[in-house]
Design a protein around this ligand. Sequence first.
Ligand code: HEC
Length: 482
Amino acid sequence: MRPIRLLLLAAAFAPLCSSFGQNIRATGKVNEFYAANCSNCHGKKLEGGLTPAQNKVPSLLDDEWLHGGDDESIAKSIRTGYPEKEMPPWSATMTDKEIRAMVVYIREQQFAFRRGDTKIDKRPDDLVAKSKLHNFEVHPWVSNLVEPWGLTFLPGNKAVVTEKKGYLYLIDNGKLAARPLIGAPLADTGGQAGFYDVVPHPDYAKNGWLYLAYSDLQKRDGQPVSLTRIVRGKIKEKENTFADVETVYQAPLELYPKAAGVHFGGRIAFDKAGYLFFTIGERGTGTNAQDLTVPMGKVHRIHDDGRVPADNPFRKDPKALPTIWSYGHRNPQGLAYNSATGDLYDIEHGPRGGDEVNLVLPGKNYGWPVISWGMDYPGTPIGEGLTAKEGMEQPVKYWVPSIAPCGANFYAGDLFPKWKNNLFVASLVGEQLVRLEIKGDKLGGDEMLFRDLGRIRHVIGGPDGALYVLLPTKISRITPAE
Ligand code: HEC
């Protein structure tokens, strides 16, 4: 049977076979090049996956092609990329010969897949693991979610979770509501746009305000534009609604970038004094981060009702936006306040390498896109190619290569006493949970706790002292193990 089948397959790919072995020999290491440059998006076995921002990346095995499946079309896809969809162009990094070898490599992997030689493993649901200070186990808590993004706990064994595609769900005693809350705003959900963080007011028990960050869709001159906006509302459980919604932060319409796209930020944190901090990414335009007249690439600070604090650092600068607290940020998808020390940290995606944890201080410049520990996607230097510069802050921690960090929180529970006040960071591409011992601008311990359950979007401690992680389709709960 086998030789005949192979022969048939070979016939189907006749045009390719003419130059088969030759190109593979020309580069030799095409598989290593794939593993180093493509696998983090297209999957280790070319099975497809998600980009750092969790957009879908197609399988290269199934012979279904978005942009044509003949050799030249595939080569063209690799050469020019689809930057608006996060597929980088490779023409500056790969020679034509190497691109040709990559096409052949993709064909070989397709053969293996059709023969049934490629096993694509399903991720486990459960895990028992040892770590330096505590042993722990991980089990699903709430399943059947689609891209959960933000999670918060409310009194009475309740929680609220956002889904990226624009939904807000109540969780009651670990049970997900059958339907999303009605009355939540309509969001832009293209690209990385959607619903982001959800955080209760520090006095939630008294006032019931719940804050939501999302990408607000508007029209300007007939064109769709969108930008991160913060609203607050109150949950009416009987009616399953998000009611009394009011805007807390919205930028002037003329500053909204084109809709969809990338780097919206979207985390919210309150400090002990009740100030509200939130992040907006630079929307793929690095220069925004250094421009104090636009809200992109910044951490902002406002009062709980949206008023601008009188002592904000740029309040007296007539050209700067008064809500800006710090700038030079790329895509801060994590924002964590340590209530034990009063320190605020942002966690941001680097370009390719150079993910950062920063101690966020008022008026400071965190350097993007002028300085970075990473490089551009196709492997070229960023900005001035510098990692440090006078007047620009250094991260407390950076990752090279990138783990694509996202949500983060300090642990304040009692179930894991030795983890108290440690910073937990979720990672998407790295699929790992990281524990950092951070004090001020000093990094102590640094430990990867587990990986391989899938991409982790966020991590937060619950009132029960457990840690909760947001995986692609569920929330899992971390508790102590023997
Ligand atoms: C940062 C993520 C990312 C990386 C890295 C990446 N890709 Fe892609 N790639 C994508 C996405 C997303 C698409 C789908 C684009 C679209 O929807 O139009 C894509 C599309 C493609 C396609 C076209 C598929 C089709 O269905 O027509 C090919 C071929 C491809 N990639 C090959 C590669 C190769 C080879 C590498 C490494 C040299 C690579 N990609 C690296 C994200 C990535």
